[in-house]
Design a protein around this ligand. Structure first.
Ligand SMILES: O=C(O)CCC(=O)C(=O)O
Length: 267
């Protein structure tokens, strides 16, 4: 059977979307953001992406070369904060993560512009951050990749292994089980923390693939990207409470985790 990533329209019901996502471990939702929002992401991040060096490749490195990488996106882009709070992200995040935590939060943010000549990234699972369980693990992470440019099979479209969220840890993906996400600008790829995936090789001459990855984890887990450092506290305090909470600045994750004395903040 040829591996495929299910695709749906943005008007699909959240229950139907989650069913597709849960079955395949991945899902593309078309046109979830407008071209204007994607242009705004580009323009808000331009100086950082231009300053990021797309170094030469070291084949032993987890991260392929010839790629611009920029993190701390919610601090740097108001439009990324909109994507992070998108109602469809809310709906799928609640379905996947709330059974295991009172709240969930941003885990990592990165703009990833894959350049011509970049190689395939090694396939991995987002939940490998938490090696204390063996796959298949409980639901810990939901990942998203927003298409700021078109994604194609040739320009670095994310490699996915549909169904691999239910595989035993030692099963290796055969070539015909790996599929590359192809989607137009404004679409978003969702995948589960247990799904094998990786950045795609870019075999084009001049077509940079530009995506924004935002992943989310259970509120009681350590975040992969330290948001308490990535977002200066004064800026976090100026954000709406629900955005601050999504970033992980909470006084109560449930069970007493994360408490602090608010008077210290105001001192
Ligand atoms: O760039 C992509 O499509 C996936 C990136 C990824 O999985 C990673 O950076 O770990």
């Amino acid at each position: 059977m040829v591996a495929t990533i299910p695709v749906c329209d943005p008007g699909e019901s959240p229950d139907a979307m989650y069913e597709l996502l849960d079955q395949a471990g991945c899902l593309v939702v078309r046109d979830l953001a407008t071209p204007e929002q994607m242009a705004a992401v580009r323009s808000e991040l331009t100086e950082h992406v231009e300053a990021a060096e797309a170094g030469e490749d070291d084949p032993t490195d987890f991260y392929p070369g010839k790629t611009h990488r920029v993190i701390a996106l919610p601090h740097r882009s108001a439009t990324v904060r909109e994507l992070m709070m998108h109602p469809t992200v809310d709906a799928l995040g609640d379905r996947h993560l709330l059974p295991n935590s009172k709240k969930w939060q941003l885990n990592v943010s990165a703009a990833l512009e894959i350049g011509p000549g970049a190689r395939d990234q090694i396939l991995h699972r987002e939940e490998d951050l938490y090696p204390y369980w063996t796959p298949p693990r409980p639901n810990l992470i939901l990942a998203t990749m927003w298409a700021v440019s078109d994604f194609t099979a040739d320009n670095g479209g994310t490699q996915l292994v549909p169904g691999s969220h239910r595989w035993p840890v030692d099963r290796i993906a055969a070539p015909d089980e790996i599929v590359r996400a192809e989607m137009a600008v404004g679409s978003v790829l969702f995948w589960l923390g247990g799904t094998l995936h990786g950045g795609g090789a870019n075999s084009t001459h001049d077509d940079w693939r530009y995506g924004v990855i935002l992943t989310y984890n259970l509120g009681w887990l350590r975040q992969e990207e330290n948001q308490h450092v990535s977002v200066p506290l004064a800026d976090a305090l100026a954000l709406p409470p629900e955005v601050r909470s999504r970033l992980g600045f909470d006084a109560d994750y449930g069970g007493g985790l994360g408490f602090f004395d608010p008077s210290v903040l105001l001192a």
